[in-house]
Design a protein around this ligand. Structure first.
Ligand SMILES: [Zn+2]
Length: 457
């Protein structure tokens, strides 16, 4: 009966929604305004029709009952890359794992709508973000559960326990028959693996206690990239919001098979679960929702605007070659550390030489000396993982080391060829030039949270 009531309500409300551009696509149910999948579908298609220059809508699969899972992709699509030719940063957001968590779902909706409105208003921050990054938002992952106002999907599975990361290894309820047994979670992980595997931020939005949770849910220990998570926590709490930010296992309770632990442990994304409070009256317009979730959006805007920093970013500061010994200094401009980095000399896919492995701490600099270099005809690159976690993406980034000496034998030959070419140079000059050129020439380039009996997260 309730399903029928919802359906009728949608029929009544839809025409009114279609005409009100700024309206939250909601409908009144019980004591709150609740976004239906039907209204959402209408709205996201309107976004794509009205703003094709920044909105690209993707159908990434179906719910168990066949409702389309929409991902809204927002960027300045007139530019495939940033203005400087570098790849745009990728942000991935999902909402609505749990069908009765409207406020978390509306934070996902707002995270898309804020940038669309901002772009249209010429807001400097929104324009900057959309020129330099792609924001992918799956607003409602569980439309079947949403339509019947329940946490679970239609098969009574808790979708946020159904991911393939230590699936069903915690005391938990209804994780499904196997990891990714549900079409909603398998579609989500497929999208992560095929479209946004290089994301440098993943935020999954829920409703419960007001908190942000970083990995792990499975273990009480801090994650390998604790430095990155603690840095974000400290900056948010100092400048933006006093929202608690904790390891999920300690901040909430042990939980396994979550999209957060999967996003970090398997995909290597810096991942947060963003829990809004559970005062779930959701107001009915963009303006009022923007105000209701202003503090949460301030945190999201900070995370998105600074996405460039959420990985290691190595740059070569100095390089010298003395005989076969390479000495170089690398700075890490990012806020994540990396281990097992190397400076490599490559010819295509062949690694001719590489330095010893080194660690580059977040915002730090390190100097490395490695011997055994005697090669020509290659190119230099830095090879490293974007974060410490094993699953994080490897990057190979070309570096320009400038001019450098290429070793004793080659230098001697070059000097002799030069002497023969110009002829009649006294031997002493050859010797002098030889010794002079052997000199090293440095190269410089310019709390504790009470456990709630209710299931949240
Ligand atoms: Zn939830």
């Amino acid at each position: 009966m309730r399903g029928l009531a919802v359906f009728l309500a949608v029929l009544v409300v839809l025409p009114a929604l279609a005409s009100a551009e700024q309206a939250w696509p909601g409908e009144p149910i019980d004591n709150h305004v609740h976004m239906s999948w039907a209204a959402l579908t209408l709205e996201v298609n309107e976004w794509a029709d009205d703003y094709p220059e920044i909105v690209d809508l993707a159908d990434i699969g179906d719910s168990e009952l066949g409702k389309t899972l929409w991902v809204v992709r927002i960027s300045d699509w007139s530019m495939e890359t940033k203005e400087n030719g570098e790849a745009k940063e990728i942000v991935y957001i999902d909402g609505g794992h749990h069908g009765n968590e409207y406020l978390g779902t509306s934070l996902a909706w707002l995270s898309a709508k804020w940038y669309i409105n901002g772009w249209n208003d010429g807001n400097e921050e929104a324009v900057r973000v959309l020129q330099n990054s792609e924001i992918h938002v799956l607003i409602m992952l569980n439309p079947d559960g949403n339509d019947i106002d329940t946490r679970w999907n239609i098969n009574q599975v808790d979708l946020n326990r159904n991911y393939d990361h230590y699936w069903n290894t915690c005391p938990t309820t209804q994780p499904g028959s196997s990891a990714f047994s549900e079409s909603e979670t398998s579609s989500n992980s497929n999208y992560m693996n095929t479209v946004v595997p290089d994301a440098d931020l993943y935020v999954t939005m829920h409703t419960g206690v007001w908190i942000m949770l970083y990995p792990w849910g499975k273990w009480p220990e801090q994650p390998a990239d604790w430095e990155l998570f603690h840095g974000i926590r400290d900056e948010v709490q100092a400048n933006i919001s006093e929202i608690p930010i904790q390891n999920a296992n300690q901040g909430l309770y042990p939980n396994c098979g979550t999209s957060r632990d999967y996003g970090y442990g398997v995909m290597g994304f810096p991942t947060f679960t963003f829990e809004t409070d559970d005062e779930q009256f959701v107001p009915g317009s963009f303006e009022s929702l923007d105000e209701r979730l202003e503090e949460e959006m301030d945190v999201m805007r900070y995370l998105i605007d600074n996405v460039w920093y959420w990985r290691a970013r190595l740059v070569l500061d100095a390089f010298t070659l003395d005989d076969d010994e390479v000495t170089f200094t690398v700075s890490n401009l990012g806020h994540a550390s990396t281990r097992n980095a190397t400076l490599q000399y490559v010819n295509g896919d062949d690694i001719l030489w590489q330095s010893s492995n080194f660690t580059a701490n977040a915002s730090g600099s390190t100097t490395v000396t490695s011997s055994g270099f005697d090669y020509k005809g290659g190119e230099w690159r830095l090879s490293y993982q974007k974060r410490v976690i094993n699953s994080s993406t490897w990057v190979n980034e070309s570096v320009d080391v400038g001019d450098y000496e290429v070793g004793f034998l080659a230098q001697s030959l070059a000097t002799m060829v030069w002497a023969l070419q110009i002829g009649a140079i006294p031997l002493v000059v050859i010797c002098f030039s030889f010794w002079w050129s052997r000199e090293e020439k440095p190269f410089t380039m310019d709390e504790e949270i009470p456990l709630d009996a209710e299931l949240i997260d």
